[in-house]
Design a protein around this ligand. Structure first.
Ligand code: COA
Length: 258
């Protein structure tokens, strides 16, 4: 039924594994469409009480949006890409009436970091790495990163992480408040399953109201709209074409500020 996901349900928890390990589980259009469908099932299926999102393999959770889809986009298509992903997947995860937890098993970069941040909380393995490296490509985060990372770590740390594009390890991410717990990779899925089993014992409608109430904290739409517009404007710059071309050609970019 799915081409880029593995989906199974165990003890009322739906485990959604993004399965493109040769591309470090990058989010292409197919992954976005299938994630939307799988999360829709989590919403609809009364036998499912929670979900886990993780990545296939031992190296990467998700290494970002699929960069190979970027070169052909103009500004309005760039904005549409961000809006589509936000509406179909990221907002749907954040606003899910059932808990959705990120089990971050490796690189969580760009859209991967944003995907983890859209989940209700994050548990990571010791080898996990978090970062928003979009500026290396002449881009900014477009799946909510400027908003959700700022909420998670505060303005100064979000500014530094997004402007430098630096990666932080799992322990630093825990210290920043991004990650709730760091465990050995072989214990990651079981740890998340156990936390969800505890939540399954609580009143489901109360859990839904907890999610709604926490999400309502300091939540404004204009920040997301502004980001999507600015994300789209990046596609009108020469530096985006240069950054993406340099990545794909495996060379250092030569940015001109145009
Ligand atoms: N989009 C598309 N393809 C990606 C990708 C992405 N975001 N991230 C990795 N890949 C692909 C690589 O192109 C490579 O494909 P290939 O084998 O066909 O050449 C494969 O995944 C393995 O990646 P590689 O770069 O060889 O692994 P590495 O261990 O040397 O480096 C990273 C790992 C994560 C540091 C590096 O892949 C990277 O910087 N990825 C991009 C991260 C990023 O900028 N994300 C934000 C996008 S907006």
């Amino acid at each position: 039924m799915y081409k880029s996901l593995l989906v199974e349900t165990e003890n009322s928890t739906c485990i959604i594994t993004i399965n493109r390990p040769d591309k470090l589980n990058a989010l292409n259009k197919e992954v976005i469409d299938e994630l939307s469908q799988a999360i829709g099932e989590v919403y609809k299926d009364d036998s499912i009480k929670s979900a886990i999102i993780t990545g296939a393999g031992q190296k990467s959770f998700v290494a970002g949006a699929d960069i190979s889809e970027f070169l052909q986009l103009d500004a309005s298509q760039g904005e549409a890409l961000a809006r589509r992903g936000q509406e179909l997947v990221f907002d749907k995860i954040e606003n899910s009436p059932k808990p959705i937890v990120a089990a971050v098993n490796g690189f969580a970069l760009g859209g991967g970091c944003e995907l983890a941040l859209a989940c209700h909380f994050i548990i990571a393995s010791e080898n996990a790495k978090f970062g928003q490296p979009e500026v290396n490509l002449g881009l900014i985060p477009g799946y909510g990163g400027t908003q959700r990372l700022t909420q998670a770590v505060g303005k100064g740390r979000a500014m530094q992480l997004i402007m430098t594009g630096e990666m932080i390890n799992a322990d630093d991410a825990a210290q920043y408040g991004v990650v709730n717990k760091v465990v050995k990779q072989e214990e990651l899925l079981n740890t998340v399953k156990q936390v969800l089993q505890v939540i399954h014992t609580k009143a489901p409608l109360a859990i839904t109201k907890v999610i709604e109430s926490i999400n309502n904290f300091d939540h404004t739409q204009q920040g997301y709209d502004f980001e999507m517009k600015k994300f789209g404007e990046c596609f009108a710059t020469e530096d985006l074409k240069e950054g993406v071309s340099a990545f794909l050609e495996k060379r250092k970019p030569d940015f001109k500020g145009r």
